[in-house]
Design a protein around this ligand. Sequence first.
Ligand SMILES: CC(C)(COP(=O)(O)OP(=O)(O)OC[C@H]1O[C@@H](n2cnc3c(N)ncnc32)[C@H](O)[C@@H]1OP(=O)(O)O)[C@@H](O)C(=O)NCCC(=O)NCCS
Length: 143
Amino acid sequence: MTRRKPSRARLRPFRLDDAAGVCRIYANFFVDNSVQFGRGRMTVAIADGRLAGFVLWGPAFEPAWFDPGVKRWAELHELHVHPDYHGQGLGTRLVRSAVQQARDDGFGVMYVITEEVNAPARRVYEKNGFREHNRIVRYKIEL
Ligand SMILES: CC(C)(COP(=O)(O)OP(=O)(O)OC[C@H]1O[C@@H](n2cnc3c(N)ncnc32)[C@H](O)[C@@H]1OP(=O)(O)O)[C@@H](O)C(=O)NCCC(=O)NCCS
């Protein structure tokens, strides 16, 4: 992918008046994340006077069944950058911000799940320190 010039976006915590900008990027965000949003922490990126991306992470409230011994952990729930701003390093800045917040809050580990074919997301996670932990298999039956 051709690298465009780095984004000069400003990162700050989510405010209620950001809701419309979030929905312009992900229409069903608040429906799909009704539980996670209430417990989580969201950071937005503002560029050219509009919302260009956001990240939502939060604490888990049960032990990590997929990682024995891990009792307190954080999960990165959502990461989205508006297509106009892809490839400018904004996804990276948002991920780093979420990781730093979780670290500052005393979490020793953060997990994120993504699709195997989502190359841009995987690149962003891997270049910012995430390493593949386990795979989830989706089964299907014709009814
Ligand atoms: C994933 C996403 C947030 C990345 O945002 P971004 O601002 O473009 O991220 P960055 O610019 O920091 O980095 C993107 C990286 O992916 C790479 N990339 C882009 N398309 C790629 C592809 N098809 N194959 C491999 N790498 C690719 C870029 O080259 C860049 O890596 P580099 O810095 O080494 O060059 C954005 O693509 C997005 O919003 N996608 C839709 C929502 C989504 O899938 N979210 C993740 C859910 S888990």
